[in-house]
Design a protein around this ligand. Structure first.
Ligand code: PEP
Length: 252
């Protein structure tokens, strides 16, 4: 269960949010061996969150929301994968629909970023999902498979099992319109079947497939009932410690 804070929460607020989350999970007797909980703050918060996780031995993973496809150098405003790895970051979101929509990122760039993340020993969370008009045209499965192929292009069979794929229908992100459990399962199953066709069942089974789009503590159990849904990528609801803890424990 991964909580993407997006461009919210400064580094002081981040400390309070992570502490509240850790206490709530502890009170709820959350078992980190059964469900992994990951926080994905903005870049400016990573150091303070990492210090807290390490210092207080919190059972939380740490993720970043984006990364450069390039090695360190003259790339003003970008953050290199090596810098994130050095900060103790374990997961990096690549290809979030907000990056694709507002920053013109395409599958080729997403694949290059995912490769960089892997090269530096971290796990990419590769996001993909269809726009509303694509779903209405009944082309969502083909569209998502196309994005999967493009966004994982060039990643070796050896590295693929380390990848996390997040199916996030664009029309369900931040809108309160959650896909039905059947919608989520349909696409997650199709993505896994594609991975199995291309790379074999062992690789496909190892890849964790998440659903994202208006997940809350009240709907997580139904979504997680889908056989091919291994977890959730959560936006808005991850900004509330109690709600995100409810998602983590409710998805067990
Ligand atoms: C997201 O940003 O990845 C997301 C799923 O957002 P929300 O949960 O707010 O729909």
């Amino acid at each position: 269960m991964a909580g993407n804070w997006k461009m919210n929460v400064d580094h002081v607020q981040a400390t309070a949010l992570v502490q509240r989350l850790a206490w709530t999970l502890r009170d709820a007797k959350h078992d980190p061996a059964s469900v992994e909980a990951v926080v994905i703050p903005p870049f400016t918060d990573l150091r303070s969150v990492q210090t807290l996780i390490e210092g207080d031995k919190l059972e939380l993973g740490l993720g970043a929301q984006d990364v450069s496809a390039h090695e360190p150098g003259a790339r003003t405003g970008e953050v290199a994968a090596s810098m994130l790895a050095r900060l103790g970051v374990q997961y990096v979101v690549v290809g979030h629909s907000e990056r694709r929509q507002y920053h013109g990122e395409d599958d080729a760039l997403v694949a290059a970023k995912a490769a960089k993340v892997l090269e530096h020993g971290m796990t990419p969370i590769v996001c993909l999902g269809e726009q509303l008009e694509v779903r209405e045209a009944g082309e969502h499965v083909a569209d998502c498979i196309g994005q999967l192929d493009g966004s994982l292009a060039g990643i070796s069979a050896e590295d693929l099992p380390k990848v996390v794929v997040a199916y996030e229908p664009v029309w369900a992100i931040g809108t309160g319109k959650v896909a039905t459990p059947e919608d989520a399962q349909e696409v997650c199953a199709a993505l896994r079947a594609r991975l199995a066709d291309a790379h074999g069942a062992e690789v496909a089974d190892a890849v964790r497939v998440l659903y994202g789009g208006s997940v809350k503590s009240s709907n997580v159990a139904a979504i997680m009932a889908g056989e091919d849904v291994d977890g959730a990528l959560v936006g808005g609801a991850s900004l509330d410690a109690g709600e995100f803890a409810g998602i983590v424990t409710g998805g067990a």
